[in-house]
Design a binder for this molecule. Structure first.
Ligand SMILES: [Zn+2]
Length: 89
């Protein structure tokens, strides 16, 4: 896109908006001031964001760090020991 749809005049790049997750480039006609825009596909940050989301389940499957496991006693015995530890404090 390099010419105005209305008058065929040259366009200058305007605002770039990627807040919607799409890479939207705005163009403003130097001749008539008509603002046009071009959808250049998915915004880069959105791609990165989606990548991270895809990694989500994998991250969830990673083993829980040891301190967290011992802080949440699974058995009654562990809960009993935790009680004793609390009373001593
Ligand atoms: Zn124009």
């Amino acid at each position: 896109m390099d010419t105005c749809r209305k008058c065929g005049g040259p366009l200058k790049p305007g605002e770039k908006d990627t807040s919607s997750g799409r890479d939207i480039r705005e163009y403003i006609c130097i001749g008539c001031g008509f603002a046009d825009w071009e959808d250049r596909g998915v915004a880069l940050w959105k791609l990165l964001h989606d990548d991270r989301n895809e990694m989500g389940p994998e991250l969830a499957a990673t083993p829980i760090p040891q301190p967290l496991v011992s802080a949440a006693p699974a058995s009654r015995w562990n809960r009993f020991l935790a009680c004793l530890r609390l009373r001593r404090m």
